[in-house]
Design a protein around this ligand. Structure first.
Ligand code: G3D
Ligand code: MG
Length: 271
């Protein structure tokens, strides 16, 4: 007997560590050099067949590529909800990205969904010489979180399939998930990144959720020329206007104006 299940897996880690490349490699088995910055959150589906508890499962992995920019905590917390496993990715050529897992990404995930199975992934193994004890470093680090660790390369494909399968299996065999169910407090006045974060969430909430809203946010932010890492007030104002244009198609004029003014106020009040 095989069972059909659907599981939500997050890919987390700093910008440019290789999250999007790993997903692309796993899903279409290809490495593309064109780099498209992930603005917001993107969900990719992949079906895999797995054995767990001695049974065969057909499992659909819903892989969430979450905005890798620190400070977007509302978007991130909202993306974390309901996730059952996570791959925490760092870049082997940039030690600060490993530190960032410890200081930012792992605490964030613990705070919003509790202790779910995680895998620590040191990516870009094709770029390093193996003289340094990278493996030991990764093992030591992951032991502290009772998690598995792998070195991978989205470029060569090394370990990519394996990591997704391992996390899929761990999620199936399931260690306990503690829903902390905490909401994220944002202090006042917000920074410009926090304003941007709030605007994105506000739009998504109005637009039927993060999965429906995020592709539109992505498109309009690009059109407005907003750099998600360091948004400017001018750029955000443009983006808010563009989002309003989209909302005009589906919402009444009053709501559109209300939404727009609420978002412009966020920008105005930002530091
Ligand atoms: P992100 O989604 O975590 O932000 P990306 O990261 O997947 O967009 O990758 C960021 C850059 O690292 C890209 O380079 C990408 O090609 C490169 N990259 C990702 N994984 C690997 C890997 O395993 N090996 C090597 N050599 N490069 C990798 P560019 O230059 O296009 O920005
Ligand atoms: Mg990306």
């Amino acid at each position: 007997m095989s069972e059909y299940v659907k599981k939500k897996i997050l890919l987390l880690g700093d910008g440019a560590v290789g999250k999007t490349s790993l997903i692309r490699r796993f899903v279409v088995d290809k490495f593309s050099d064109d780099y498209i910055a992930t603005i917001g959150t993107k969900v990719t589906k992949k079906d895999v067949r797995l054995k767990a508890h001695g049974e065969e499962y057909f499992i659909t992995l819903m892989i969430w590529d979450v905005l890798g920019q620190r400070g977007y905590s509302a978007v991130q917390a909202s993306s974390f909800r309901g996730s059952q496993g996570a791959m925490m990715v760092y870049d082997l050529t940039r030690p600060d990205t490993l530190k960032s897992l410890e200081e930012y990404w792992i605490p964030q995930i613990h705070e919003s969904v509790g202790k779910i199975p995680i895998a620590i992934v040191g990516n870009k193994v094709d770029l390093i010489d193996r003289i340094r004890p990278y493996e030991e470093e990764a093992k030591e680090f992951s032991a502290a979180y009772e998690s598995v660790s792998y070195l991978s390369s989205a470029k060569s494909g090394e370990n990519v399939e394996k990591i997704f399968r391992v996390i899929g299996k761990e999620v199936l065999e399931e260690r306990r998930i503690e829903e902390a169910g905490k909401s994220v407090e944002v202090e006042v006045p917000p920074s410009i990144v926090q304003a941007s974060d709030k605007i994105i969430m506000d739009f998504c909430n109005q637009f039927g959720g993060i999965q429906a809203g995020m592709p539109i946010v992505r498109e309009q932010f690009i059109k407005a020329g907003v750099n998600i890492k360091s948004p400017t007030k001018e750029g955000l104002i443009k983006a808010v206007n563009k989002l309003a244009e989209v909302e005009k198609i589906v919402k009444d004029p009053q709501t559109v104006t209300l939404n727009k003014n609420r978002r412009l106020a966020l920008i105005r009040d930002a530091r």
